[in-house]
Design a binder for this molecule. Structure first.
Ligand SMILES: Cc1cc2nc3c(=O)[nH]c(=O)nc-3n(C[C@H](O)[C@H](O)[C@H](O)COP(=O)(O)OP(=O)(O)OC[C@H]3O[C@@H](n4cnc5c(N)ncnc54)[C@H](O)[C@@H]3O)c2cc1C
Length: 393
């Protein structure tokens, strides 16, 4: 029987453990925390947006984003929905974003833990892996702080260093490096943009629909629309999160980054001008500031009206981006184990046979909206399915 050790009982590690057990492998999952799935239990504000039925390759980023699609084609969103339905997760669709009907992320942790137990997989908590030593027989010895485990195969599912949740470590990168893998330096992603150029305390707390366009060295690079959350440090909210990985990478490379905000994407600038002219004709007694009442929250209107060309500022407010929030405030990391050194059919290392990777530890990150967990499910499932012991049949 194939002896498999999985490092990390998060989303991807538990998925890998279930699939590998179903293939007949003898599975041990080692988890540094006192319980499995702590990050998974915190996802989607505790409700867990576990996948998205509006799937397209553009939702993934990395040095080679097409790698993600090769994996998702092999274990798809439908496969994921079927998997969770069979475990008892009835899902609810909110504009493509899928949630468990219980609206409790812990439900996913619980059903996966129950399935692992029913399949006879061992889950050992408070077991932090410190080293993986390759050999001949056994092929690997996995060392924790107090024990060691022989293994025919190892799946590294340690996640990333994003968030303040316990277990968000750099261990996976270090273990992978020691086994010869190259790492794209991890940087915070899905996080807020720290900006300069306005007295931001005046707009803190405002939420306003709009568009954000990121310019890198003055070239438009990525844009996204949705609810912008204006904060004392700059901009947050899903559109800011979705562009932040590009901002972080560009700033690291010493490039200039600018976020241009459009607070009225429904109109062109000419359209907005003529709309305001009509409004002025209907209400000639209004000052310029009063014209903005009803269009924007007060704090935002007060700030926009102070700009030299306030009409242009509504459509194109440029803010210099000086940084992104730290790892502890980020939902995921960009960067990780280089995908050029992995087989997308099995997530096996091309450098070290018998070693597999999955989840956020790999150099793939997704947009907000269930895409990161889908990556964890798909990559974890392939790593687990690859554990079928062909020599036994
Ligand atoms: C606040 C928040 C909200 C989020 N919401 C969503 C959402 O709604 N939808 C979505 O798609 N994505 C969401 N994400 C992202 C998503 O949670 C991650 O992408 C996903 O959990 C990654 O799965 P993983 O298995 O790679 O890593 P993890 O789930 O982080 O699991 C890794 C596990 O490895 C363990 N570990 C680490 N080092 C060691 C070691 N040395 N030895 C043993 N164990 C170790 C950790 O303790 C952890 O349990 C959110 C993230 C955060 C922080």
């Amino acid at each position: 029987m194939k002896e498999l050790v999985i490092i990390g009982a998060g989303a991807s590690g538990m998925m890998a453990g279930i699939m590998a057990s179903r293939q007949g492998a003898r599975v041990t999952v080692l988890e540094t925390n006192e319980r499995p799935g702590r990050k998974l239990a915190a996802t989607g504000n505790g409700r867990c947006n576990f996948t998205n039925v509006r799937m397209d390759p553009g939702a993934y980023r990395g040095t080679d984003p097409s790698f993600a699609w090769k994996v998702l084609e092999r274990f798809s969103v439908s496969d994921t929905l079927r998997f969770f339905t069979e475990l008892g997760i009835y899902s609810e669709n909110k504009e493509g974003r899928m949630y468990p009907r219980s609206m409790q992320a812990q439900s996913l942790v619980d059903v996966m833990r129950m399935e692992l137990q029913a399949l006879g997989a061992k889950l050992k908590t408070r077991e932090r892996v410190t080293a993986i030593v390759p050999g001949r027989k056994p092929r690997f010895t996995v060392h924790t702080e107090g024990w060691h485990y022989p293994a025919d195969a190892v799946i590294l599912a340690c996640g990333s260093c994003a968030s303040q949740i316990a277990g968000s470590t750099r261990d996976g990168y270090e273990l992978a490096k020691k086994l010869g893998h190259r790492i794209v330096p991890p940087l915070p992603a899905l996080t807020g943009l720290v900006c300069e150029g306005l007295p931001f305390s005046r707009w803190a707390g405002v939420r306003q629909a709009g568009r954000i366009t990121l310019l890198i060295d003055e070239e438009p690079c990525f844009d996204d629309s949705g609810e912008l959350q204006l904060t004392e440090y700059g901009i947050s909210g899903i559109p800011a999160f979705n562009v932040s990985r590009y901002a972080a990478r560009a700033l690291k490379d010493g490039k200039q980054v600018c976020a241009v905000l459009d607070f009225f994407p429904e109109f062109t600038i000419e359209g907005l001008r003529s709309f305001l002219q009509t409004l002025r004709q209907h209400t000639p007694y209004k000052t310029d500031r009063q014209l903005l009442t009803g269009l924007f929250p007060e704090k935002l209107a007060d700030l926009l009206i102070r700009q030299q060309d306030w009409l242009l500022a509504i459509k194109q407010l440029p803010l210099s981006v000086k940084g992104v929030l730290s790892f502890s405030h980020a939902q995921v990391c960009s960067g990780g184990v280089m995908t050029s050194e992995l087989d997308p059919a099995s997530m096996e290392s091309l450098l070290c046979p018998g070693l597999y990777f999955c989840g956020e530890l790999v150099d793939i990150d997704g947009l907000c909206g269930g895409y990161n967990l889908q990556w964890a499910w798909s990559s974890g499932a392939l790593a687990g399915l690859a554990q079928k012991d062909h020599s036994a049949s």
